[in-house]
Design a protein around this ligand. Structure first.
Ligand code: IMP
Ligand code: MG
Length: 183
């Protein structure tokens, strides 16, 4: 294995652990939606690596669409609660079984906004699947239907998660080096 980049403090979940857990969650999803078609809605850009691995492991027919959001940063972190859709879905979700796919649910503001907005478009059902869940920092409650890992209160990178747009392509999930992190 090549040397870890300076941003990496320590590895939380190895590539093998991540991929194993994604297989398990994909099996849960396939069982829950058996006999139906599922539309996976990825939140760009953090969810792309997770979504592709998940989609390939799901055993029922899936459609894929993406949206992106802008959140307005406050001094205390990435979320201030103000979120808007920057790039909307390409297609309607009316009458569809929709599973929103996220990299991490932190305060919950982003997901609450997206769940409310998408639910208003008449899907048959709306669910949420996240790679990581950090419930210790939750400010607004959101229903998490599928989650791969719960994590503690440290900033993480890899598997789609970035710091200043870097590190998304790490195969593992790592705690960000606090000396490099300005938070
Ligand atoms: P929320 O609205 O606070 O739940 O914000 C969640 C969003 O903040 C995620 O979709 C990520 O883009 C970003 N975020 C939160 N925690 C981290 C982290 O530890 N690493 C990288 N991005 C994070
Ligand atoms: Mg995100």
């Amino acid at each position: 294995m090549s040397a870890q980049p300076p941003g990496v403090e320590r590895i939380l979940f190895t590539e093998e652990q991540v991929s194993q857990r994604i297989q398990e969650v994909a099996a849960e999803i396939s069982a829950k939606y058996r006999g139906r078609e599922l539309k996976l809605v990825g939140v760009l850009k953090g969810s792309i690596f997770f979504l592709t691995a998940l989609a390939r492991a799901i055993e029922i027919p899936v459609k894929i669409d993406f949206l992106s959001i802008s959140s307005f940063s406050g001094k205390k972190g990435p979320s201030s609660g103000l979120v808007r859709i920057a790039k909307d879905l390409d297609e309607s979700i009316e009458g569809e079984d929709v599973l929103l796919v996220e990299d991490i649910v932190d305060t919950g503001f982003t997901i609450r906004y997206l769940l409310q907005t998408l639910a208003g478009r008449g899907p048959n059902s709306m669910g949420l699947c996240t790679l990581l869940d950090r419930t210790s920092r939750r400010i607004v409650q959101v229903p998490v239907d599928f989650r791969c890992f719960e994590i503690g209160d440290h900033f993480v990178i890899g598997c789609g998660l970035d710091y200043k747009q870097l590190y998304r392509n790490l195969g593992y999930i790592a705690v960000m080096n606090p000396q490099i992190l300005e938070r």
